[in-house]
Design a protein around this ligand. Structure first.
Ligand code: SF4
Length: 414
């Protein structure tokens, strides 16, 4: 009989993590030993906002742009729609047939502006099969030379962790298993991949199991097909379940515990009331279950949070002390929140990660966050989610916590 245990909860309640048989952390500690413990210690120490060290503890990589789904909590679908509408507007119009007569300037029912753009984008995606890619989404790939240079630098600095999937769907990149293998061969200990699971074919599960991937993290966000369709339009519920079952089967047939499986549930209006069902469905099957509050973004379809207090106070986030995101074009991102995507505008990884980490916009951002004048994007981020950050940086980026006997969260080294 398996047991699911709450092992972490942010003090603000923004993120909770449950482990099956308490095996998730034990397996990581058993496999990597002191290196894993010291990585998590460093993560926690950096959460105090002191010395960011010479190098990030985690590089979060978007090796390809784009995604095939239209999820309500994500800005990408609205951007895609706006781009499609702009491209359509900029396209040279076809010359009118001489017998066509004068066309009306706006057809009945035509809607302009943002609403019209969004609808145009949805129309652009209409008719495609779920999970097979949005024809409006142009994917850009990171140059493999740049990726190798990042990993070479990581090897020199004993980089502990790499996460694939920052702001994009990594399994749409056919190179995904190869990229994981390069990271593993570069000495990275903890290689994670976050996915919507729609493209996780059995073949890909086999390749990922072969690649040395440490953790596979699948966003589910529903307990049934109706709520899944509301939360993640474009996705196919049955395909998702079949893909995850296929992954578990591959792992079981090989007698492997790796990659560990985490499934996540973002609390959305679309899935209200389904959390108990979701947890019951995954207890014992996933190694870890993550439950999170969403962070609101202006281009998401989530309800906006209450207005900001003015002036905004300090922001507790310490992600820029711990992690660095690198997008497919080499540009940098200091965290895992969409609010942070423009905080390092103009900075790239081309001059080396170590340099970007210590100087320039990263250093300025830390000074601003540690003082009383957080950048406006961070002030909005902090009030748009109950605690900024991802679960692994929970407690506002302060590291992981465990629930003690009296029910309080306390930090742990993981
Ligand atoms: S407060 Fe938000 S936007 Fe600012 S660095 Fe932290 S996670 Fe990123």
């Amino acid at each position: 009989m398996t047991a699911t245990t709450l092992v972490h909860r942010d003090p603000g309640g923004a993120a909770s993590l449950y482990e099956t048989d308490l095996r998730y952390t034990k397996l990581l500690e058993g496999r990597f030993g002191e290196r894993f413990l010291s990585y998590r210690r460093a993560w926690r120490e950096r959460s105090e906002g002191g010395d960011p060290g010479d190098f990030p503890l985690s590089l979060d990589i978007s090796a390809s742009s784009g995604c095939q789904l239209d999820c309500v909590m994500c800005p990408l679908p609205r951007r895609r729609a706006a781009e499609a509408a702009a491209a359509k507007a900029a396209a040279p119009s076809k010359p009118a047939r001489p017998d066509a007569g004068a066309a009306p300037t706006a057809a009945p029912g035509h809607e302009g502006g943002a609403a019209g753009s969004a609808r145009a984008g949805r129309r652009a995606g209409a008719g495609r099969k779920a999970g097979e890619g949005n024809p409006g989404a142009k994917r850009r790939l990171m140059d493999i030379g740049l990726f190798r240079r990042l990993m070479d630098e990581g090897r020199e600095r004993s980089l502990p962790a790499v996460t694939f999937g920052l702001g994009s769907e990594p399994l749409l990149d056919p190179r995904a298993p190869e990229l994981v293998r390069i990271a593993v061969n570069s000495g990275v200990m903890d290689v994670r991949l976050g996915t919507n699971g729609q493209a996780l074919t059995r073949e890909l599960s086999e390749a990922l199991a072969d690649s040395g991937l440490t953790r596979l993290e699948v966003s589910v966000d529903a307990a049934g097909p109706e709520s899944y369709a509301r939360a993640r339009p474009g996705g196919d519920w049955r395909r998702l379940l079949a893909n995850i079952e296929g992954f578990l089967d591959v792992r079981a047939k090989r007698g492997l515990k790796w990659p560990l499986l985490r499934v996540s549930f973002l609390k959305l209006p679309a899935n209200r009331g389904e959390l108990p069902l979701f947890k019951a469905a995954w207890e014992g099957r996933a190694d870890m279950i993550s439950v999170q509050e969403p962070i609101w973004f202006p281009e998401s379809l989530l309800p906006a949070p209450p207005p900001l207090p003015s002036p905004p106070g300090p922001v507790a986030c310490r992600q820029p002390w711990q992690r660095l995101g690198v997008l497919e074009d080499g540009s940098l991102w200091p965290c895992c929140s969409w609010h942070g995507e423009r905080l390092l505008r103009g900075e790239t990884a081309e001059g080396g990660v170590a340099r970007a980490w210590k100087f320039g916009a990263m250093a300025s951002l830390r000074l601003a966050l540690a003082g009383d004048g957080p950048p406006p994007a961070c002030a909005v981020c902090a009030s748009a989610g109950r605690a900024p950050g991802c679960p692994e940086g929970g407690n506002g980026g302060r590291g992981m916590g465990r629930i003690s006997a009296n029910g309080e969260a306390r930090l742990i080294d993981r």
